[in-house]
Design a protein around this ligand. Structure first.
Ligand SMILES: NC(=O)c1ccc[n+]([C@@H]2O[C@H](COP(=O)([O-])OP(=O)(O)OC[C@H]3O[C@@H](n4cnc5c(N)ncnc54)[C@H](OP(=O)(O)O)[C@@H]3O)[C@@H](O)[C@H]2O)c1
Length: 395
């Protein structure tokens, strides 16, 4: 029964990964694979949809229903998230790589590293850990001059021999991104590692100053423009003998939740019909798919997306408009989240370890195969790439 459902679904979707699944499951006497459990979990999503359909019918009858609908949406996402996080790892056999930043990051001598959102949280911790391996230059890109310069001072104290610089950058403003790129390009001679780390979650239904839904505009569009402006430089660096140029994009396990797909019509609007959590999840799905597209379109560079885990950072504080983020912050995180020193490991691994595969999405640490079925879809990745390129053409 499960196998029939499985086949029907794979045939219908027709993505490469699904076709592989289909081919495999046509084999006789096949034993249960870890992948089956993941796909089975994804098959549970019709249950969630059924719940939503019931609820929307009820919505027609009862005036209170939008609140209720939101509650069920969020609780169902939460239940699946919880399962993936805390039960699935035991059943799926994916083994985390042991990674100690102090010992396992190789010498970064000669390298130039730029980290967006380097003033706080995971970005700052990345900078602190990387600085101990003596890169040639470490750039902290941040909106706030005060917190950016404070981070620079903190890193200089830890690693006095490293050149650490502040770069003003607001990812919600194309004007600011262009200025930042100009300043950066006129000051350095190479760029080896670009951490597209900054991110925001929640907040009111507004757009960036260039008209994109705020979370999508900041988390995806801002980074896409920064990458585009720095790309010639990254490619130039890739030509240097021995160079190993990498772009690490911070996605999230949240890419699986919310609506679970990209709603292209919502990108250039306030998207009031979506909850703040839905919008965050969509922006993180865009981050993941964009890394896949980059790997295809810019093969000279290793591009990956990662999920750091649930980490105690400031991400959950700007929760305007979402009671759900408040619940995560006050109930879930105190129970499950790890420290920023621990949570930073996956991105440090992705930026420095051997064997990191371009286009992959990694959960902590170095674990593959956890993305949603939708996130494997090369056609959607291509559609996002083309959509983004077209938008950035006239910038
Ligand atoms: N913490 C988690 O559990 C978790 C889980 C999954 C994914 N992530 C991802 O990890 C990344 C880092 O987040 P974090 O946990 O370290 O959170 P954080 O402590 O809140 O840091 C977020 C960083 O992004 C910056 N930022 C936000 N909006 C910006 C803008 N418009 N322009 C430039 N910078 C901006 C913030 O700078 P300001 O000081 O100017 O606000 C801050 O430096 C994010 O992409 C997030 O989505 C985190």
């Amino acid at each position: 029964m499960r196998s029939k459902l499985h086949n029907r679904r794979a045939a219908k979707r027709g993505t490469n990964q699904d076709k592989d699944i289909l081919k495999q499951s046509n084999g006789k006497g096949r034993s249960i694979q870890p992948t089956d459990l993941r796909v089975l979990l994804q098959l549970l999503s019709p249950l969630v949809i059924a719940m939503r359909v019931c609820l929307y019918s009820v919505n027609l009858t009862f005036i209170l229903s939008p609140l209720l609908s939101n509650l069920i949406d969020n609780l169902s996402s939460f239940a699946i998230q919880f399962f993936f996080q805390y039960f699935a790892p035991f059943t799926m056999g994916n083994k985390s790589i042991s990674f100690d930043p102090a010992k396992d990051i190789p010498s970064l001598k000669g390298k130039v590293i730029l980290i967006t959102g380097g003033n706080l949280g995971l970005g700052k911790q990345s900078a602190l850990d990387l600085s101990k391996h003596t890169p040639s230059e470490l750039w902290i890109a941040a909106r706030g001059e005060e917190s950016g310069k404070a981070a620079v001072e903190e890193i200089r104290k830890v690693s006095p021999g490293v050149s650490v610089k502040f770069l003003r950058l607001d990812l919600a403003s194309f004007k600011s991104i262009k200025e930042a790129a100009r300043t950066f390009l006129s000051s350095v001679s190479r760029l080896d590692t670009l951490y597209l780390n900054a991110g925001m979650m929640g907040g009111p239904h507004v757009t960036t100053e260039d008209g994109y839904e705020k979370q999508f505009g900041t988390n995806h569009m801002g980074h896409a423009l920064l990458f585009k402006l720095l790309k010639p430089f990254l490619l130039q660096t890739a030509l240097i003998p021995g160079a190993d140029v990498r772009v690490i994009i911070l996605s999230s396990a949240g890419h699986r939740f919310g609506k679970g797909k990209l709603l292209f019509d919502s990108f250039k609007s306030t998207a009031k019909e979506l909850s703040p959590v839905d919008k965050y999840c969509q922006s993180k799905l865009a981050n993941l798919l964009y890394a896949r597209a980059l790997a295809k379109h810019v093969p000279e560079i290793t591009s990956v997306s990662i999920y750091p885990g649930d980490i105690k950072t400031g991400l959950f504080t700007s929760n305007g408009g979402s009671w759900f983020i408040t619940v995560i912050r006050n109930v879930l995180l105190p129970l499950t989240a790890v420290s920023v020193e621990d949570g930073v490991k996956n991105q440090l691994w992705a930026g420095t370890a051997k064997g990191v595969k371009s286009g992959e999405y990694y959960e902590p640490v170095g674990v593959t195969g956890k993305q949603s079925v939708y996130a494997y879809d090369d056609d959607v990745a291509e559609k996002l790439w083309e959509w983004t390129e077209k938008e950035l053409d006239c910038v």
